[in-house]
Design a binder for this molecule. Structure first.
Ligand code: G3P
Ligand code: CA
Length: 245
């Protein structure tokens, strides 16, 4: 039997990160304007240990900077333009700290799925620091953020630091031992590439007590298939297509 699940079905990916610059507050605001009450984001560490939101290890695709984001201090990262790459309307949008994402979510009654996206080599440390920060920022809140990662070492770091925060194992393939790993890590959810969910895998995960979520679902037929399969959560870029109401 699965534990109580406090999160909505629909989750806006990277904020609403196709229509606005991903992992910025502008994307969160846009997702919220479309009725979304839960956001997924990617979290990593600056060189001086500040948790900030960015998908790639390197800065080039989504900021005006160059090189590895995790090698720069927050003071330098905070000066970058993380919106101009997307469109003129968002030029000057800054990178977002986890702290400011938490402020937005808590002030607006929104939930957060924090994907721990470590700079390579910093898997366990990133899990530890993200979990410590999340526990601090959401202290006293009724619904904690959901921490997810493709990297078991990051989830182990989160588990060791703030065991009470819910965790989910992200899977892009059903690698050998995924179910046992999720059990060992005390996960409450499995978050799969949506194509991996079949009746047999859903039954396997649900029988072991896991909630079942999917990324990144941008077509109506795919969303309907996942709903028909009885899964719990859908992470989408298409906040303009799917109404979470
Ligand atoms: O958290 C689900 C999804 O965001 C994982 O893929 O590459 O978009 O971080 P990616
Ligand atoms: Ca992600």
């Amino acid at each position: 039997m699965s534990a109580a699940w406090p999160y909505p079905r629909w989750v806006a990916h990277r904020g609403a990160g196709k229509l606005a610059p991903e992992n910025t507050l502008a994307a969160f605001r846009l997702g919220a304007r479309h009725g979304y009450r839960m956001f997924e984001c990617d979290a990593k560490l600056s060189a001086d240990g500040v948790v900030f939101l960015m998908h790639d290890a390197t800065l080039e695709r989504t900021t005006s900077g160059r090189g590895t984001g995790g090698e720069l201090p927050w003071g330098t990262l905070a000066q970058l333009d993380a919106g101009g790459w997307h469109s003129r309307a968002y030029a000057g949008e800054p990178l977002c700290t986890l702290e400011n994402a938490a402020r937005f979510c808590l002030a607006n009654g929104c939930h957060l799925n924090i994907e721990i996206k470590p700079t390579p080599g910093l898997e366990q440390l990133t899990g530890e620091v993200v979990a410590r920060e999340a526990a601090r920022l959401w202290a006293g809140s009724e619904v904690p953020p959901l921490l997810t990662s493709f990297r078991p070492e990051s989830l182990a770091g989160a588990q060791a630091t703030a065991e009470h925060l819910p965790r989910g194992l992200l899977l892009d393939t059903l690698w050998k031992g995924w179910l046992e790993t999720a059990l060992t890590l005390g996960c409450t959810a499995i978050v799969c590439n949506h194509e991996l969910w079949e009746p047999s895998t859903v039954t396997q995960a649900q029988s072991a007590g896991f909630r079942t979520l999917s990324y990144t679902v941008n077509d109506e037929w795919a969303a309907q298939r996942l709903i028909d399969l009885g899964t719990d959560g859908i992470i989408t870029d298409r906040v303009d297509l799917f109404s979470p109401a």
